[in-house]
Design a protein around this ligand. Structure first.
Ligand SMILES: Nc1ncnc2c1ncn2[C@@H]1O[C@H](COP(=O)(O)OP(=O)(O)OP(=O)(O)O)[C@@H](O)[C@H]1O
Ligand SMILES: [Mg+2]
Length: 1001
């Protein structure tokens, strides 16, 4: 269909360009609401009504002709690559409205009268809710089901629903009918799947699956006639925008837990949205020192009648209002007048709205005052500034107060009235400024109505020579006209840095704790936007009562994106039309994606369509182009990616993951080899456990090779997790064995040789090994178990394992296993101070070892027999009286460790062949150097065990060179020694140092 033509037929072709500029296509047209039309620029209520009616007709035709966008067959079998446009998961606020006493009405009225009455009531409901952005989903007898947040989400859907509810009660009450109608309204918010086609023919409608509509209906049944009752989640979203009565918990059918209900009493009288949504007294401010300093300097300057204007801009939630509050707090002790004006998203067309609200607050007018009381209060306020009677009349009129004869009636044309009113308001400001300095705050000017904008323009001009500081806040979409004024300065708020981000999370946590890892993740995912930081932290704390810090992700939980953010993120996505689907595909690929990959999985779109959508996403501030590579795109916030991702239903989402994984394998082999974890992730999410576990194994081994131990453990663990869904059998067991043996090494690095996790991995490997083990896994398992018991000091087990290795080597003729047996025997002998035996075992290793045949694969380097021999021999040789040999073997140990290049081994060599030998040689500074190197290596690769060893060595250095006080302080600074490192530090071969000292004397 052709939209300009359609508009022309309606006699409204003046809007053709607005529709085009806002990218409204025929599909989107069907989903437009009255509110969207207002945003597009259809200011006239009559025109909006006309367009909405015409859209209603189009919708009907679409159903009749099975419009492609609504055809069920397509919805059922949407090709992969384009998520079904109409069926998705989203947060919705659902209103259920029911007529009170309809059965009694039915028995009292003639059938025809009843039909008229219900008809009038339905019209009233649909007019009222549509005007506030609601979507009438269904009439059920005298009940009406309405969605807010569909088809287009807005960041204030819950608020609009409640406003609509309150307005509806009044509107229905005003209907001119034989008897006055009363209604009950229930409102609930939650995640639902929306868009399934229910019913057939004329009765087809957009259905919602989820418990939210039921909840709304149940809440409705709790409401008194002519009242609005809301659920907990809606209540949470509203903050203190309304006054409520807590109705407590109620057991209701269909819900296992009691549901909490609140009755909405009235819009609250709290002045600002900031205070209503964040509380009156935010107690802390993180960072922003420079901004505050600038504001204070400007304030000082303005006090000398050199008025200043600060334009504070930044994206939603960045902290504009918080800074405005901070400056108020800073100067609260100084003598001044504070004037605050708040623009509102619901009053962008209400002339003077912020001004009227400010005057009402200043004069303390409230709901309970009658007209005379209000006039009295206003008069008192205005007389305190000696306002002339004509100005008082104009201002009373501004507040729509009825004239009671106290002011002269002013016969003015609308234009004259407007300009006189503006003059009167400026005069007010001048009078106040004569008395004391003024701080004026204009909040959220992106929502300013045109008349207030005219006033603000005059104020900016006028304050130049008055003691006034004007702080104007707005979001980036607002373009201000004051660039040329020398007394106006702009301040663009940037995101908080990681340091401030962490500080903010910690302030919100208070006494509760989260792991450092979880805190870091929150800071990363929220990109330093304070609002996101706050919301995500609260959501994480609420979702994990034990504070273990597991961060939910969009794929793992509905609650991944806090409810409060969900609406605003969805609103931004919904505004995009078809580009939203491109965002969804991008979101499945990841935070960052290349055009090439996107194109290879989005077969439904041509490259030029994709480019157009990407441009649109960039223009709307949701995507960024990569700094250096033109065809790489990234989501501006991780949470936007989560929001786009969370709208997809499970099946298309899995199909997309599968497609992406296969495209990566087929067309991007380099990437697949470089980042196997990306493929592993996509196969996991595609529910392909076999493929996923393979890639997790590869990814873990790759990370372990780079000594990225924490990552390696995470990858192997995910691989193990994937196996859970496979049927039992040899194939599954072999895969598990590979993962269990591989995870041992990084577990040792992070948690220590004697940690329970390490022991558990090897003992599970032992169980599997007996059935399926090849010699390599037998080797890894025996070596791992041996070292676990070695460090724990289980001497008998050590001997048994060494013997078992020897026997197995004999039985199988496996040379690597034979070397492992020598290694174990050498270590056991060392432990029993049979140094000559130990020396001979280790020397045998060096003699037999052939790197070509015996070197273990990288993930098992930790058990490499040669490196063990080279590490321990220097100490043994020194004690036995071969210092030169000790030195040369130590040098070889370092050379070989460099070749293997594995952090855990380097630390091992530094401890024994390095610090251990130097200690015996009395080279204190060399020991200190090794200790320092070990600690920094340990910090770099999350190796707790080696860090402790480094600290002990440092303690030795301090004690040797600085006496007992120094020793005490070194130990006191380190937190309590974790149990998982077991007895190892007492029983580890470092005790050989003591032995060496004895031999020395
Ligand atoms: N520097 C900060 N220190 C502590 N909390 C902050 C800081 N900046 C912002 N916050 C908190 O983050 C939340 C969002 O901040 P704020 O409401 O000031 O954002 P905004 O830029 O005014 O957003 P909007 O455009 O939606 O009005 C608030 O709860 C606020 O208290
Ligand atoms: Mg704000």
């Amino acid at each position: 269909m052709n939209i300009p033509e359609w508009l022309r037929d309606l006699g409204l072709d003046e809007y053709a360009s607005a529709f085009r500029d806002n990218h409204i296509d025929p599909q989107l047209l069907l989903r437009l609401t009255a509110r969207d039309l207002k945003e597009i620029g259809v200011a006239s209520v009559g025109h909006r009504r006309k367009i909405i009616d015409a859209i209603g007709e189009l919708r009907k035709q679409a159903v009749h002709s099975a419009h492609p966008a609504m055809a069920p067959s397509e919805l059922g079998n949407a090709p992969v690559g384009a998520p079904e446009p109409e069926v998705e998961r989203r947060q919705l606020t659902v209103m259920f409205c029911d007529l009170v006493g309809s059965t009694a009405l039915a028995s009292r009225l003639e059938l025809e009268d009843l039909r008229d009455l219900i008809g009038a009531y339905h019209r009233c409901v649909s007019d009222t809710v549509q005007g506030l952005g609601g979507f009438v989903a269904k009439y059920m007898g005298d009940g009406v089901l309405v969605y807010f947040g569909y088809p287009q989400a807005h960041d204030d859907d819950a608020e609009q629903a409640v406003r609509a509810g309150l307005e509806l009660i009044e509107a229905v009450g005003r209907l001119e009918l034989p008897s006055r109608l009363q209604i009950r309204i229930g409102i609930a918010t939650g995640i639902v799947v929306v868009g399934d086609i229910l019913g057939s023919g004329e009765a087809r409608e957009r259905g919602v699956v989820g418990e939210t509509p039921n909840l709304a209906a149940r809440l409705q049944s709790l409401a008194e006639p002519d009242s609005v009752v809301i659920g907990q989640k809606t209540h949470h979203l509203l903050g203190r925008l309304f006054d409520f009565r807590d109705l407590g918990g109620h057991a209701v059918k269909g819900f296992s837990d009691p549901i909490r209900a609140y009755q909405v009493l009235r819009p609250s009288s709290i002045a600002s949205r900031f205070a209503a949504l964040h509380g009156d007294h935010p107690t802390y401010l993180v960072g922003r020192d420079e901004e505050l300093e600038t504001l204070l300097r400007r304030w000082q300057r303005s006090r000398d009648a050199e008025g200043q204007v600060i334009l504070l801009s930044g994206e939603p939630g960045i902290g504009k209002s918080r800074i405005a509050v901070a400056i108020m707090e800073k100067i609260s002790a100084e003598q001044h007048t504070r004037l605050c004006y708040f623009c509102s998203p619901h009053h962008t067309d209400s002339a003077y709205y912020p001004i009227i609200c400010q005057l009402e607050r200043a004069a303390t007018l409230n709901h309970y005052n009658d007209a005379t009381a209000k006039l009295d209060k206003l008069d008192a306020l205005l007389l305190s500034t000696s306002t002339a009677v004509e100005d008082r009349s104009l201002i009373a009129d501004l507040l729509s107060l009825p004239m009671d004869g106290r002011f002269p009636a002013l016969e003015l044309s609308p234009q004259q009235r407007k300009s006189r009113t503006l003059e009167a308001l400026i005069r007010q400001l001048e009078v106040l400024a004569c008395r004391e300095p003024i701080l004026m705050v204009f909040e959220d000017v992106h929502w300013i109505d045109p008349t207030t904008m005219e006033l603000l323009d005059r104020i900016v001009d006028r304050v130049r020579t008055l003691p006034v500081l004007v702080v104007v806040t707005f979001r980036p979409e607002f373009t201000h006209p004051w660039a040329r004024h020398p007394h106006v300065s702009e301040m663009m708020l940037d995101r908080l840095g990681p340091h401030d981000g962490i500080a903010l999370v910690k302030r919100i946590l208070g006494k509760r704790s989260l792991t450092a890892h979880a805190v870091r993740q929150i800071v990363e995912r929220t990109d330093g936007i304070p609002l996101f930081l706050e919301e995500l932290t609260k959501a994480v704390v609420e979702s994990s009562a034990d504070g273990d810090g597991a961060l939910p992700t969009a794929s793992s939980s509905d609650s991944a994106i806090p409810a409060t953010l969900h609406d605003s993120l969805m609103a931004r996505l919904d505004r995009l039309g078809p580009a939203k689907q491109v965002a969804q595909i991008g979101a499945v690929i990841g935070r960052e994606f290349s055009f090439e990959l996107l194109a290879s999985v989005s077969v439904r779109y041509s490259p030029s369509e994709l480019r157009a959508s990407l441009d649109q996403l960039i223009a709307s501030g949701l995507l960024l182009r990569h700094g250096t590579e033109a065809d790489i795109f990234l989501f501006k916030h991780a949470l936007v990616q989560d929001a786009a991702y969370s709208t997809l239903l499970r099946r298309p989402r899995q199909q997309l993951h599968d497609k992406i994984a296969r495209a990566l394998e087929a067309h991007f082999p380099d990437r697949a080899a470089r980042e196997p974890e990306v493929l592993a992730h996509h196969f996991s999410e595609a529910s392909e456990p076999l493929r996923a576990s393979e890639y997790w194994l590869t990814a873990g081994a790759q990370a372990a090779r780079r000594s990225a131990n924490v990552e390696a453990i995470a990858h192997f663990s995910r691989g193990l997790n994937e196996l859970k869904s496979l049927p039992s059998g040899p194939d599954k067991d072999r895969r598990e064995l590979a993962l269990q043996t591989a995870i041992g090494t990084p577990l040792i690095s992070v948690h220590g040789y004697a940690a329970a996790q390490t022991g558990a991995a090897y003992s599970r490997a032992r169980a599997l090994c007996h059935q399926y083990g090849d010699s390599l896994s037998l080797h890894a398992m025996l070596s791992g178990e041996f070292v676990y018991h070695f460090v724990r000091g289980d001497y008998d087990v050590m001997r048994q394992l060494a013997a078992e290795a020897g026997r197995s080597a004999e039985r199988t003729g496996d040379e690597a296993l034979l070397l492992a047996g020598h290694r174990m025997a050498g270590m056991a002998a060392m432990h029993f101070v049979s140094l000559a035996t130990a020396r001979s075992e280790f020397e045998t290793i060096l003699r037999l070892y052939d790197p070509g045949r015996h070197r273990l694969p990288p993930v098992l380097y930790i058990h490499d027999p040669k490196i063990s021999a080279l590490s321990y021999l220097p100490i043994i040789d020194w004690i036995l009286g071969y210092p030169d040999q000790a030195r040369s073997i130590a040098a070889e140990a370092f050379r070989y460790a460099g070749e293997l290049n594995q952090a855990n081994l380097t630390a091992h060599v530094r401890t024994f062949a390095g610090a251990g030998l130097q200690e015996l040689l009395g080279e204190v500074s060399a020991v200190a150097e090794h200790a320092g190197a070990m600690i920094s290596l340990a910090d770099q690769h999350s190796m707790g065990y080696w860090r402790l060893n480094g600290l002990f060595l440092r303690g030795w250095v301090a004690a040797t060179s600085g006496g007992p006080a120094a020793r005490y302080s070194t130990h006191a600074r380190e937190p309590e020694r974790p149990r998982c490192h077991g007895r190892e530090l007492a029983s580890n071969p470092l005790s050989l140092h003591a032995l060496g000292k004895t031999a020395e004397s």
